[in-house]
Design a protein around this ligand. Structure first.
Ligand code: FA5
Length: 364
């Protein structure tokens, strides 16, 4: 005996397929609302599938057993098909939205003026970061210290007593000593980052190694290689059996990492009350290639990296036993290093705040 409901279900499947294909053939016009209407027409409570199933009452139990699974199969099939169509529609809508919001990146290239407003690191910061990375990789800490110092940290603890002529070489800006505020007497703007040697020694136990970059202040006449506010990078390593060989190794490492090529240097004796022996490490002037210019004061060499073995009196001031420990220290002139690296012929450009100067340097 033929099963009329089964025939109706087969016809419904055919009809569903044909109509859905017609609808989805034009995805640009098809909307979600149309698809949802379509769904409720076939699968809703009063939809075509439910209507056919109302006829179950009038068929034999054997026929009913055939129709149940077939109806469920159709329902799943319709749902899957509609689901796929809806997803396709969503993606299509997203793509359309994206297309309408497309950014034309070529605009930035054409409008060069915008480039001026893009941030850029100051060349000094670029070099400072590089040096910090090199020293961090060699186990050094990075320390900081106050710009306003007292005489103890700036001079006395560094073996420069009040009447020492070395104080004249670092004339600076003093806070009013004559005022009633006794707290302020003997305070000054630090003349070098060597103050952090003292702070570093007093706050840690040997062995230790650190660097300390920062600005310093001196009452100077400015010229192509001298500023009143400039930057130094101090370094100190204290332990047992530290030698001049260790010192030279670290100095060479900085220069190799920064210049990425061989640069000519010379080491000569230098006097600083806080080191013994003391050295001046000069670099062959890269502005004039040693021929002589205003940066190197016609000598062909630029004073860059004074250094030496820490004086026993300095270790004592830092509560370190000089019989047991020794060490080295250096005070790199960061601005001059930047000048040599980038071929800047006047230190005053660095503080000029001129965007045409500052934006020329990019991280590498
Ligand atoms: C010092 O300041 C010592 N504290 C350095 C030191 C540290 C020596 C540890 C030994 C051990 P000096 O005054 O030479 O030294 O300055 C150090 C470097 O700072 C110089 O080599 C130079 O590169 C830079 N420098 C000095 N004066 C100026 C200035 N007015 N403008 C720009 N750079 C300067």
């Amino acid at each position: 005996m033929s099963n009329p409901l089964l025939q109706q279900l087969n016809d419904l499947e055919q009809e569903f397929e044909t109509k859905l294909n017609d609808l989805s053939s034009d995805t640009d016009k098809l909307t979600q609302a149309e698809l949802l209407n379509f769904k409720s027409y076939y699968l809703g409570k009063k939809g075509a599938l439910s209507e056919i199933l109302k006829g179950l009452k009038s068929v034999s139990p054997e026929q009913r057993k055939e129709i149940g699974p077939r109806a469920n199969e159709l329902k799943d099939k319709f749902l899957n098909r509609l689901d796929r169509e809806l997803k396709g529609l969503e993606i299509n809508e997203i793509n359309q939205k994206l297309a309408s919001k497309k950014i034309d990146t070529s605009l930035l290239e054409r409008d060069l003026a915008l480039d001026q407003f893009a941030g850029a690191y100051h060349p000094r910061n670029l070099i400072q970061r590089e040096i910090e990375d090199v020293f961090l990789s060699m186990g050094f800490e990075i320390l900081d210290g106050p710009h306003i110092e007292d005489e103890f940290h700036n001079f006395e603890a560094l073996n420069i007593p009040a009447d020492h002529p070395a104080r004249d070489m670092q004339d600076t800006f003093w806070f009013d000593k004559s005022g009633n505020d006794s707290e302020q007497s003997g305070h000054l703007l630090r003349t070098h980052t060597s103050t952090i040697q003292v702070r570093g020694m007093l706050s840690r136990k040997p062995p230790f190694r650190f660097i300390a970059p920062g600005i310093v202040f001196r009452c100077e006449r400015t010229d192509a290689s001298h500023e009143m506010v400039f930057t130094q990078l101090e370094g100190m390593m204290v332990g047992e059996d530290i030698s001049v060989g260790n010192l030279i190794y670290f100095m060479k490492t900085i220069l190799k990492e920064i210049f990425k090529k061989d640069v000519e240097v010379r080491l000569r004796p230098g006097f600083f009350p806080f080191v013994e022996p003391g050295f001046e490490l000069d670099i062959k002037c890269l502005i004039c290639n040693g021929k002589g210019c205003s940066v190197c004061k016609q000598t062909g060499w630029v004073e860059l990296l004074p250094c030496g073995m820490v004086h026993p009196n300095v270790l004592k001031a830092g509560n370190i036993d000089p019989e047991k420990y020794n060490g080295f220290a250096f005070g790199l002139g960061l601005d001059r290093l930047v000048m040599m690296k980038y071929g800047i012929e006047d230190i005053r450009h660095l503080q000029s705040g001129d965007l045409r100067f500052n934006t020329q340097f990019k991280a590498y």
